[in-house]
Design a protein around this ligand. Structure first.
Ligand code: PEP
Ligand code: MG
Length: 905
């Protein structure tokens, strides 16, 4: 529970904070303070800290000091504005907005127009000279407050609003006059009283306090929790609350509200990007409910404000040294900045912007590496639609979040989730999305909306998730009730029909459009030159960033590969060796029978026969691998899995034997097999006869594998190659196991060296994948020249989680309960598994200072885990070939962080 001390300060005026106080003031609060201090026109206000929220969430009540501090800041604000909150003749109105450290668009609550009441609505009307405006503002307050603070079903207000329009025979809110809105206010108040058993609070301070509490509570709302899990935002950060004096964009045609980006968030190009909505308030633009005009049109509408905005945008970009996004309001010709932050961007734009900023001299290479992530690079490696394919274009919208998505059309989130659970790929099609659609968006391949611009809810959230999104496709008429969409020319797409959407061009197609590899993959494959003058702009940027990463990283990156084809790809992708060749993959297919013979062998001779037959096959596998990786290290792991994996399934076999018996057919072989399967059957095979234990109880097995490796290396060497094989023993728990295997291996290697007249320079090491191995790493290092952390098994054994079962069975519950934010099989559990890795690395190196250390579990290609392995001083990570670029980039980012680059996440 967070400590509260008498000195702790829970409220900061906008003039007191700065952009580096995001932990305390949230992103929005910190940036409002930064803009205030830059002298930009920010409406005055103050921020309640995340610490106050944490106290509230932990104890169920606000810290005692909060009330007085809020009073003091409110008083100062009132003095500055020359009016009091809710003052009857001229009310000060405020907005109460959430703002966490990390942006969570639309996930938490906001209440506008706090301070309006039966008493002050007339005062506002008189001050604004606009009665309709005042009643509309009051109506909005009761609606927002009723829904978010008092928990009234929002539909009730929407229905009353629709009813008022119907009664008057009009279609838009704007057509309702002051008298209509006044009646609506009475209706809304009655709804509040009926639904909550209390009157809508008339006391302004009470309104404010309740709204603050609602914002605190919204941190733990379902939507917010789901979003945090998706985005891996910790659940204990809490939100700040910003209290800001209201400015109005809905005071007539000389007012309005808009959003802007200092660069195009989709391409990174500099220019004027954004949307503007005349005579509108706050959330109207982001909600995508009414259609906006491009920001460039503001120059025509209000030249002076436009010019000022352009200047402010330049100031902000130079100050933040990054793409900023902005929310602003114009109140009767006066420009106000409501928010800025370093803007979300597409993966491609992130790479382009990073290199553009280096070229502009605003940031250095180490900083450029912090402006991109491995996850973004992974996104760029997704395929795209084939430009040459024959397509059936339905229409076009705004390219809001890139990618090529194909799936069946669904028109509501419930269906999206349901269908995707049964394995269907779906495209969620909505008129516009709202935060309640989050589940459906997560379940879909892509999102298509017919309304809203680049900053609509659908666009912002999809970009954040890395999902393909086309929005504002106005020519497509979406009918959610009848579950269909109509394209120009009357073409109807019913629910379940396949559509393809292109988030890079905004095009929407009927049917499935074939996809082609991404240009970034072409580059990694060596088929596109990233340094060439005429290279694709994105490829050029990726190439430059990868060059920065490779130039600075300390961690080497190897591949998990067990055939020449994967090895060759890994090499093209930049692998510096193979960190794990799983030899069990070489024992499958046609060779399984030979393994069967080995397992069934009753006599030494039979066993030797079986091993003899396997030897040349194994050897040729290694020759190919060493050739593909010539000059680079190749770590070959001796056989690891339990033997039953090479035998037929026990039930199938029992049926076969029973059938053969019934038909009196010969079945001696099947019977022997069945007996062997029974003998090898284990309750917990993962903890049974596998790894080094196999080598110790099946005579000749490891010796055969070592011989195959040594002979293959000798053959390569004699053919002029440069093989660097490393022999790795799996699942070692004690140094004695390793010593026995080592002795035998050394004898075999010496024999091969003598017979072939070569010095093979083979090294022998072990996996560290059992807790006992990690705990006795100092002893094990006496018999090992290298350690490779098998973090898959280590996670399994440290947690006692069966890796093949738990993710499907109960991890969802664990994630929901917040026991962990991400599966420990995906990202290394730093505190548990990680601390064993750290201790084992230290103990190993204490015994053998030149001990080589690597990791070959799945974590080797996971961005967060790569940072951890860098920190604990491993020499390399090893991962599947496709993850190599991500691991290279993250290794570079981790090294750059140590050299002064800032962690910009
Ligand atoms: C591991 O346990 O981390 C490992 C790489 O081995 P495997 O996944 O083959 O058990
Ligand atoms: Mg393992």
């Amino acid at each position: 529970m967070p400590e509260t001390t008498s000195q702790q300060k829970f409220v900061y005026d906008f003039t007191e904070g700065n952009k580096d106080l995001k932990d305390l003031l949230g992103g929005k609060g910190a940036n409002l303070a930064e803009m205030t201090n830059l002298g930009l026109p920010v409406p005055p206000g103050f921020t309640i800290t995340t610490e106050a929220c944490k106290v509230y969430l932990d104890s169920g009540s606000e810290p005692t000091a909060l009330r007085d501090e809020v009073s003091a800041h409110l008083e100062a604000l009132e003095k500055r504005m020359g009016k009091k909150l809710g003052q009857a003749d001229d009310p000060l109105l405020v907005s109460v907005r959430s703002g966490a450290k990390f942006s969570m668009p639309g996930m938490m609550d906001t209440v506008l127009n706090i301070g309006l009441s039966d008493a002050s609505v007339a005062g506002l009307a008189a001050q604004a000279g606009d009665e309709r405006f005042a009643w509309d503002s009051y109506r909005r307050l009761i609606q927002m407050f009723g829904k978010t603070v008092l928990g009234v079903d929002g539909e009730l207000f929407e229905e009353a609003l629709d009813e008022a329009k119907r009664a008057k025979g009009v279609t838009t809110d704007v057509d309702l006059d002051a008298a209509d809105l006044k009646r609506l206010v009475e209706d809304f108040k009655a709804t509040v009283a009926k639904e909550t058993g209390r009157d809508f609070p008339q006391e302004p301070r009470e309104q404010m306090d309740l709204a603050i509490r609602a914002v605190f509570d919204s941190w733990n709302g379902d939507r917010a929790k789901l979003y945090r899990r998706q985005e891996r935002i910790p659940g204990d950060l809490g939100t700040a609350v910003n209290i800001c004096s209201m400015v109005f964009g809905n005071l007539g045609p000389d007012s309005g509200t808009g959003v802007a980006f200092t660069r195009d968030p989709a391409s990174g190009h500099q220019g004027v990007y954004g949307d503007y909505l005349q005579n509108a308030q706050g959330e109207d633009v982001v909600a995508g409910i009414r259609n906006t005009v491009p920001l460039a049109d503001l120059e025509r509408i209000d030249k002076a404000s436009y010019a000022q905005l352009m200047q402010i945008m330049e100031t902000l970009e130079t100050h933040y040294k990054d793409l900023c996004d902005i929310e602003f309001t114009i109140e009767r010709g006066k420009l106000w900045m409501l928010q800025t932050r370093v803007g979300k961007r597409t993966a491609g734009a992130a790479f382009r912007i990073a290199t553009q900023l280096v070229d502009q001299g605003l940031i250095d290479e180490a900083e450029a590496l912090q402006r991109v992530t491995g996850a973004q690079l992974a996104q760029l490696m997704f395929p795209r639609f084939d430009e040459k394919a024959k397509t059936d274009l339905l229409g076009r919208g705004i390219a809001a979040s890139p990618g090529a998505a194909v799936g069946k059309a669904v028109f509501d989130s419930y269906t999206a989730v349901k269908w995707s659970r049964s394995g269907e790929k779906v495209i969620l099609i909505r008129r516009e999305t709202n935060p309640d659609d989050l589940d459906g968006m997560i379940a879909s391949e892509g999102i298509l909306t017919s309304r809203g611009g680049k900053t609509s809810h659908a666009a912002v959230v999809a970009r954040g998730m890395g999902k393909t999104c086309v929005c504002g496709a106005e020519e497509l008429e979406v009918d959610t009730k009848r579950r269909r969409m109509t394209a120009p020319g009357g073409i109807v797409i019913e629910e379940g029909e396949v559509v393809s959407i292109d988030g890079s061009t905004g095009k929407v197609y009927r049917g499935e459009v074939p996809v082609v590899p991404s240009p970034v993959v072409e580059y990694f494959e060596g088929r596109a030159d990233g340094a060439a003058e005429d290279a694709d702009e994105l490829v050029k940027a990726v190439h430059r960033v990868m060059t920065y990463a490779d130039g600075g990283r300390r961690l080497q990156v190897r591949a998990n590969a067990d055939n020449a084809e994967d090895a060759a790809r890994a090499r093209r992708f930049g692998a510096q060796g193979i960190g794990l060749c799983r030899t069990e993959h070489m024992f499958l297919g046609e060779r399984r029978e030979m393994v069967e013979r080995l397992i069934l062998a009753d006599h030494e001779d039979e066993r030797d026969e079986a091993l003899k037959a396997l030897l040349p096959l194994q050897k040729s596998d290694f020759v190919e691998l060493f050739e593909a990786m010539d000059g680079l290290p190749v770590t070959v792991r001796l056989l690891d899995p339990p033997l039953h994996e090479f035998l037929p399934d026990i039930t199938d076999l029992s049926v076969r034997v029973a059938l053969a018996e019934a038909r009196h057919e010969p079945h001696e072989n099947e019977l022997r097999l069945l007996q062997a399967v029974h003998k090898l059957h284990e309750q917990n095979p993962m903890l049974g006869l596998r790894g080094v234990r196999l080598g110790l109880v099946i005579p000749g097995l490891f010796a055969m594998q070592v011989r195959a490796i040594a002979e293959a290396a000798a053959e390569r060497r004699n053919a002029g190659g440069d093989p660097h094989a490393e022999i790795m023993i799996p699942l070692v728990g004690t140094v004695q196991e390793l010593e026995i295997v080592r002795e035998e291996a050394e004898r075999v290697i010496a024999e091969v060296e003598q017979a072939t007249g070569t010095d093979l320079g083979l090294t022998l090491g072990t996996m560290i994948e059992l807790p006992r191995a990690a705990l006795t790493a100092g002893q094990i290092a006496e018999a090992a020249e290298f350690f490779s952390f098998g973090t898959n098994d280590l996670t399994q054994t440290v947690w006692g989680f069966s890796r093949d079962d738990v993710e499907a069975s109960f991890f969802t519950a664990y994630l929901e309960k917040g026991i962990f934010g991400v599966s420990p099989f995906e990202t290394i559990d730093r505190d548990g598994v990680g601390s064993l890795v750290r201790a084992a690395a230290e103990a190993g190196r204490a015994t053998r200072p030149d001990l080589k250390l690597g990791v070959c579990g799945e974590h080797g290609g996971d961005p967060d885990s790569v940072h951890f392995f860098h920190e604990v001083g491993l020499d390399y990570v090893s991962c599947s070939p496709f993850r190599i670029p991500v691991a290279r980039l993250e290794a570079g980012r981790a090294a750059a962080l140590g050299k002064g680059g800032s962690d910009s996440r």
